[in-house]
Design a protein around this ligand. Structure first.
Ligand SMILES: Nc1ncnc2c1ncn2[C@@H]1O[C@H](COP(=O)(O)OP(=O)(O)O)[C@@H](O)[C@H]1O
Ligand SMILES: [Mg+2]
Length: 342
């Protein structure tokens, strides 16, 4: 590298920087090239009246245990923006947190949105970026971003089948030539899995268990299929029979059975999409397989479950949690070949 090239490199770094945001129902992630993930926070806002008191982790701790006058809310629900104004405020807070430390002159921002978002929702996201003083703001559909993040050749004429399973929303999409050929989404995901486990413990054992414990149990002992026969989880909660604190040892097999309805709904939706795709693209999917991304893809053996149900190869993305934000960051470099909105 010559001195001149080095100089140019430095200039480039100073003048232009990209910020990719995965604006999810459960988590918001911000990624910067060369720096990696610079922010990872729950998508939660704490409010007093109309004023934002806290966002992210601090606000999440207030969920369900707020003192008088403060309420903690999730502005995105089931992957759609339930409260535009709040979603915009939250996004502004997150962005300003990372750009305050990196005062670049020219900043490009790319934000992932669910594939079915309306114009109004898109405008809310765009205006959040613009209010932070960023002139170039782009939106990318989350399944496309996730597919790029897994290294799929989405810009080529080849059928890429992706299932992005987040907290409140699962998106199923077939992508070819940089665009979505077919897609569907269902309001099921990691949070629905937690809710069904919670309901199961309540109905079957009259145990009331908090969601953070259920989340931990799912990560340790939650299996989509083939749970280890000896694996158990010791739940702590309120026993409603005895009206007091109690513990309950549950076999992993029982959890597998309890969560089946959520998983089979996802498999069913994926089968529906597969049946509708043109034969040429279907042949691509049969040989390349389906890629499984999103935080809920981390459920043990979820890939195996889907592949048995669908009779197709299913591969879990290497880092399913971050592939959408990494993919969005990469996409900004070949915007001309992708369908983007700004
Ligand atoms: N190890 C794990 N096993 C099972 N589910 C997990 C694991 N880690 C995270 N999840 C689930 O991932 C979901 C969040 O995924 P994410 O892609 O961040 O969602 P979103 O895009 O909706 O914000 C949560 O519901 C969480 O329960
Ligand atoms: Mg997501």
């Amino acid at each position: 590298m010559t001195a001149q090239q080095r100089q140019r490199g430095l200039n480039f770094r100073f003048w232009r920087s990209d910020l990719a945001v995965d604006f999810g129902t459960t988590n918001t992630l911000i990624y910067m090239p060369r720096r990696g993930i610079v922010l990872q926070e729950p998508s939660v806002v704490a409010m007093r009246g109309n004023a934002v008191v806290a966002v992210g982790k601090k606000a999440e701790r207030m969920l369900g245990r707020t003192p008088g006058g403060i309420r903690a809310v999730k502005p995105l629900q089931s992957g759609v923006i339930a409260d535009y104004d709040l979603a915009r405020k939250m996004l502004e807070r997150f962005i300003s947190r990372v750009i305050r430390r990196f005062p670049f002159f020219k900043l490009r921002l790319i934000v992932t949105v669910p594939s079915g978002t309306t114009q109004v929702e898109r405008r809310a996201v765009l205006s959040a970026g613009k209010r932070c003083g960023i002139k170039e703001v782009y939106l990318i559909e989350e399944p496309i971003a996730a597919a790029i993040g897994t290294g799929r050749p989405v810009a080529e004429p080849r059928g890429n089948f992706i299932i992005n399973c987040g907290g409140g929303l699962t998106e199923i999409a077939v992508i070819s030539l940089g665009g979505i050929v077919l897609a569907s989404s269902l309001r099921q995901g990691g949070e629905t899995i937690n809710a069904i486990i919670q309901r199961y413990l309540f109905r079957r054992y009259r145990m009331e268990v908090g969601l953070s414990i259920i989340e931990e149990a799912k990560r340790r002992a939650g299996y989509a299929i083939d749970p280890p026969p000896d694996l158990t989880y010791n739940f702590k909660g309120i026993n409603l029979h005895r009206r007091g604190p109690g513990a309950l040892e549950i076999k992993a097999e029982e959890l597998t059975e309890a969560i089946e309805p959520v998983l089979s709904a996802i498999a069913e939706a994926a089968r529906n999409i597969f049946e509708q795709i043109p034969p040429q693209l279907a042949a691509d999917v049969m040989s390349d397989g389906i890629v499984l991304a999103g935080g809920a893809a981390l459920l043990h053996n979820f890939d195996l479950y889907l592949s048995r149900k669908l009779n197709l190869p299913v591969h879990r993305a290497e880092d399913p949690y971050t592939c959408a934000v990494r993919g969005a960051s990469e996409a900004i470099n070949y915007m001309d070949r992708l369908v983007l909105h700004s």
